[in-house]
Design a protein. Sequence first.
Length: 281
Amino acid sequence: MDLVLEAADQHLLTPYVYPAGWPEGEPCRQLLSLFVITNLGAMALYLLFGTLSYYFIFDHELKKHPQFLENQVSREIRYALRSLPWISVPTVALFFAEVRGYSKLYDNIEDSPYGWSGVFLSMLSFLFFTDMGIYWIHRGLHHKLFYKARDGMARFHKPHHLWKIATPFASHAFHPVDGFMQSLPYHVYPFLFPLHKVTYLGLYIFVNVWTISIHDGDYRVPRFLRHVINGSAHHTDHHLYFDYNYGQYFTLWDKIGGSYKSPTSFEGKGPHDYLRKLREK
């Protein structure tokens, strides 16, 4: 994140926003800048890719499904935009630690002990590490102690399951605690393992886009990857049937944890099939 902060300081913040006497490396200034940059970046990614996915990928026929809620799209967007600033508070604390040099992020390919192959391997290990972490965190958030409060009020992960037939805008419509907890493996990784800074930024954008994609209602996956990649078909069944397909990118941990479910859409029993049967009647 220090690359983004550096660019913002150089092109915008130092010449136009902050007084000349406030040094760029001052901690309070860095925290304030990171808070603004993180929120603007998260909202831009969410609204840009969510909108593109909603208009060009999402099948609007799904809005006719009986479990699609009234005014659902606007409700998803409002919930996400209210949550993102709160999610950013602990996220900024971790970004601040990165900027202050406490992570294992590095600037140059030469700093990797394995060169370009090390960068490639770190991308793969990032995906597998975060997939494992998200699986167990996500599954834990489904436990009755965290999912629903005793007084019947929604707690943590339950609000995200309001959207049985999700749209891309449901991707970030989380309770703030839920949203941060499921993002935690992304932020922890560079404190444990070496990672190129530009690679980390690319992966950060990728995970946001992937989160949108598994809510887009497009179930097409190459046949040989259907039971390997955790796509929109798998995640749709997670929203519909609750106890299955907790993974983020892969089905590996669901299979290990006994929570894998073959998507109903692959078996002719998914939401689109339900709508087709309704039309036939």
